[in-house]
Design a protein around this ligand. Structure first.
Ligand code: ADP
Ligand code: ZN
Ligand code: ZN
Length: 671
């Protein structure tokens, strides 16, 4: 007997091995086997079995499989199909795609500390759905009667109780003996959400994310497969969990860009979740307060059923939005220090603190100051490997590159002109903490950013400290935006709206709006009224007007969609980015230019032809030089899946032939 296997390597091929059923036992697709590979031995996944010898080149003989690993690690057919589709769609070698689904260390059975099962909290049993929530649940049930694989977009304002809807649907699925997968964008959200599910459902709710130990992950993997765990809340990788009888998928905060994996196998978990649901013919619910334009377009095309929750569950009203113009009100300074905060903002924060309420302040930049600038000649300290300015960490007296993580001492003089007038410019979360301590009285400040929060435990502790009112100000980056629920937060500050709006990406406005609405949603979650202060220079921007209620969301969406349609951007085409990198700038540019020419020629000769305008570039990547390599981007707006595959395969083939590096990113999210 023979098997074709995928190895966990970025190689776009399957490998043939001989398999001896008599000594190794029966085998089927999805099984893991140990095989000799080059000079080493690897765990590989069986993709196909056959009784016929493979056609191999003269003189080459298929090597024998060493052993078959425990059958409890076999990938369900459904997961194998998901990986195969993902590998094709995102143009990644099957081995890398399978790696996302593989149990940790299938060649050994690991032990995990027994988890204590949290108790089912009876008090939650009496929870009543609001009329609006009941209507949404009833509509989903009714639709699923006639179409078991119906897909929904649940658009519910922050605090409307989308989670209660998910819980209700999860109960339905469990009652039918089926399993439930809840995808959330970040692990920072999972603990809080797990408690809510756990206290409302009569069985164990498991968390699934990559930060768990191998032992726990492996044990959970087997328990999910055997149906001992039937409810999983997880980050994007949970999409590949080996459910044996999945009955419902929920994708919470479906617009969130962290569903896109940004390295190696670059899949979009929300989109693959749609595939998994369709394949299994089960319902899927995408939920968000600020749906992505992709999902809104899918509603228009009839592929998603729209559902709405328009009011907050509790008596709380939506917060009042205040736009604070930094042109009219210059930021407050004290001595030689300039804070990034206007007087109005500071007064509002102080007021909240004085009333015993809490403040959240959002700044999308880590570190002390953004960069180090020579005031005599304008020189900026950049990373020697990457083409970006280094971030200043005053307290540690060092500079750090956010791309390659290299560090440098803060120079005492300018690297260009030797002047000693070198200062930190702009502000980051670290400097903001110092500024706030100076301008506020009675502030106990916490910070939530990737420098401060180095572990899940640290994160939970910080959130708990804030929730239990041991601090009254929380400063944070993007991490703060997510759905944390703090009843005493009444004042939310966005330090710089402009930095959100000016990002060079076709999704910048959509993203800025999502961020602002999510951030605003943190204010006034309970009985206390909330206030949001948006500081910025360009406050006439449509995004700001939507947040202020001066422009309707529908109008904004219509504008954005028309613009995207005109320019053939997603969701009106499938965008692919080919990123070439090389240590020599010229070699990289020339190769990128050559590939661009060939892609244009390919399109010109394709049926229909004349589509060359769909190729953009090549151009220098936004981050042109990283880790000592130069990077050029070529974008392709594919009109069809067929052309997406043909062009991508073509480009990968040219690159591999010439020994050049190319990273393919289908539906890319970041520039
Ligand atoms: P969303 O996810 O839509 O922002 P949540 O599901 O977090 O909203 O709900 C907001 C708040 O309202 C939470 O504190 C939640 O416990 C409460 N809530 C919502 N619906 C109900 C309900 N049916 N019964 C009790 N509390 C509810
Ligand atoms: Zn660097
Ligand atoms: Zn200088």
């Amino acid at each position: 007997m023979y098997v074709k296997v995928a190895v966990p390597r970025p190689i776009d091929a399957l490998f043939d091995y001989e398999y001896d059923e008599v000594t190794l036992g029966s085998v089927q697709a999805g099984d893991w086997v140990r095989v000799p590979f080059g000079n080493s031995k690897l765990n590989a996944c069986v993709i196909e079995t056959s009784s016929e010898a493979p056609a191999l080149p003269e003189g080459v003989k298929a090597k024998p499989v060493i052993e078959r690993l425990d059958a409890s690690f076999r990938l369900p057919e459904e997961v194998l199909a998901l990986c195969r589709f993902g590998s094709e769609y995102y143009q990644y070698p099957i081995g890398e795609a399978l790696f996302a689904a593989a149990p940790p260390k299938p060649d050994q059975v690991l032990s995990a500390r027994a988890k204590k099962t949290a108790a089912f909290d009876d008090s939650r049993k009496n929870r009543v759905l609001s009329d609006e929530q009941s209507r949404v649940v009833a509509e989903i049930r009714a639709r699923c009667e006639s179409r078991p694989d119906a897909a929904f977009l649940l658009e519910g304002i922050t605090g409307s109780g989308k989670t209660e809807v998910y819980i209700e649907l999860a109960r339905d699925a469990l009652a039918q003996g089926k399993s439930v997968l809840i995808l959330v964008p970040e692990i920072s959200l999972t603990a809080q959400l797990r408690d809510r599910f756990q206290s409302s459902l009569p069985e164990r709710v498991a968390l699934w994310h990559s930060a768990l130990s191998d032992g726990v992950r492996q044990t959970q993997w087997r328990q999910v497969k055997e149906g001992q765990i039937r409810v999983v809340i997880g980050a994007r990788s949970a999409l590949f969990a080996p459910f044996c009888n999945l009955g419902l998928i929920v994708v919470d905060e479906e617009h969130d860009s962290t569903y896109k994996q940004e390295e190696r196998f670059r899949y979009q978990a929300r989109d693959l979740a749609m595939f998994r649901a369709k394949q299994r013919k089960i319902p899927i619910v995408l939920g968000s307060a600020t749906p992505s334009l992709e999902s809104i377009q899918r509603v228009r095309e009839g592929k998603l059923v729209p559902l709405k929750l328009k009011s907050r569950y509790s008596k709380s009203t939506l917060p009042t939005i205040h736009a604070v113009s930094l042109i009219d009100e210059s930021p407050v300074g004290a001595g030689t220090v300039r804070t990034p905060l206007a007087p109005t903002t500071i007064r509002a924060m102080q007021g909240a603190i004085d009333r015993g309420e809490q403040v959240m302040i959002f700044l999308n930049r880590r570190g002390y100051a953004q960069f180090l600038l020579c005031q005599a000649c304008g020189w900026v300290q950049k990373c020697s490997q990457c083409s970006i300015s280094m971030t200043l960490y005053q307290k540690r007296g060092e500079l750090r590159c956010h791309v390659c993580a290299s560090r440098a001492r803060v120079p005492s003089q300018c690297g260009e002109c030797g002047s000693a007038e070198v200062f930190g410019m702009g502000s980051g979360t670290e400097s903001l903490e110092d500024d706030l301590a100076m301008v506020l009285t009675g502030a106990k400040i916490l910070r939530l950013d990737r420098d401060q929060i180095t572990s899940q435990k640290r994160l939970e502790e910080t959130l708990e400290e804030f929730r239990s009112l041991r601090a009254n100000v929380l400063i944070g980056t993007q991490m703060l935006v997510k759905g944390h629920d703090f009843p005493r937060v009444t004042c939310v500050v966005v330090v710089s709206v402009d930095s959100l709006l000016k990002w060079p990406d076709f999704r910048a406005s959509e993203r800025a709006l999502q961020t602002l609405i999510q951030v605003s949603g943190r204010a006034g979650r309970a009985e206390l009224p909330g206030n949001v202060y948006l500081q910025g220079y360009d406050l006439e921007h449509p995004v700001v007007r939507v947040v202020q209620g001066e422009l309707s969301h529908e109008e904004f969406v219509q504008e954005e969609l028309s613009m995207r349609e005109m320019l053939s951007y997603p969701p009106f085409s499938r965008l692919v980015r080919f990123r070439f990198d090389h240590e020599a700038e010229d070699a990289c540019r020339e190769f990128a230019l050559e590939v661009a020419g060939r892609v244009r020629a390919m399109l010109a000769s394709a049926p229909g032809g004349g589509e060359e305008h769909r190729v953009l570039g090549p151009s220098e990547a936004l981050l042109f030089r990283a880790q000592n390599r130069y990077r050029f981007d070529l974008y392709f707006k594919a009109p069809s899946l067929d052309l997406l595959y043909r062009v991508s395969k073509g480009v990968r083939a040219i690159a591999s032939e010439r020994g050049m590096n190319v990273v393919v990113d289908v539906d890319p999210y970041n520039s």
